[in-house]
Design a protein around this ligand. Structure first.
Ligand code: G3P
Ligand code: MG
Length: 250
């Protein structure tokens, strides 16, 4: 059973707004999305910031990196200008800002723990602690649909998250699903496998579902492909094309 939304806006508002910004969340809402995936990385002073790339140069200008920069300085950076003038001065968000916004707007979160190299366990611990404390009532109520889903490509980050917040659901992100996926997922206590739809087959879908795991794909931007993998039994996916693939897509 997949208690979470089926269609999720990728990196905030997909390609309709600068990724991983509050403007992205707003764009998602404008298209009817109450489900979002985004990435969290630790600043130099150990604060979770919503950023995909460790290095500057793509979504924020200049040289440098997230793990070498304090949160207050990251939050003063412009993460919108690269995308379009109307997004000038859109800041790099604190993770806690995203939590507040998503709670207020009733947006379900798939929080991707995105550690900079060498900060895997630390990032997993920080994200799990802050999420656990922010969703204490939902966790106590035991309703998985009301809880965020943590995910990561990093086994160590997810293992650290498991130790800090065992009751928060975890999805194990795998670009290509390896032969020993089930042993790893079991060790992590994962409820779901999150994988690149480009490498997914019907056979693999069946194996993952038969083993009792949720199955979530990234990043599906073609409606035809979305319909295909859903017909295979995939539970949900995230998309950049929130304009083409709506929350009620079937
Ligand atoms: O969480 C799924 C997806 O976001 C993983 O890839 O690089 O977009 O974070 P990426
Ligand atoms: Mg991501």
């Amino acid at each position: 059973m997949w208690p979470y939304p089926k269609i999720v806006a990728h990196r905030g508002g997909g390609t309709l707004a600068p990724e991983n910004t509050v403007a992205g969340l707003r764009a998602g809402l404008a298209y009817g999305f109450h489900a979002v995936e985004f990435d969290v990385m630790l600043s130099r002073d150990g604060i979770g910031m919503v950023m995909h790339d460790a290095d500057f140069g793509r979504t924020v200008a200049g040289r440098g990196s997230v793990p070498e920069t304090d949160a207050v300085d990251l939050a003063a950076m412009d993460a919108g200008a690269w995308f379009g003038q109307q997004f000038n001065d859109e800041p790099v968000p604190y993770y806690t800002q995203f939590i507040d916004y998503c709670k207020a707007q009733r947006i379900w979160m798939n929080v991707e723990i995105k550690p900079a190299d060498g900060f895997e366990a630390e990032t997993g611990r920080w994200v799990a602690r802050v999420t656990r404390d922010s969703y204490a009532a939902e966790i106590a109520a035991g309703d998985p649909a009301a809880m965020p889903l943590l995910s990561s490509f990093s086994f160590d980050a997810l293992a650290a998250a498991r130790d800090v917040a065992p009751d928060l659901p975890r999805g194990y992100l795998l670009d290509r699903v390896p032969g020993d996926w089930q042993a790893q997922a079991r060790e992590l206590g994962a409820v779901a496998i999150h994988t690149n739809h480009q490498h997914l087959t019907l056979e693999l879908t069946r194996a993952i579902k038969a083993a009792g795991y949720g199955l979530f794909c990234y990043t599906v931007n073609e409606p035809e492909r979305g319909r295909e993998i859903l017909s295979w039994g995939v539970d949900g996916f995230c998309t950049d094309r929130i304009d083409l693939i709506g929350p009620g897509f079937a």
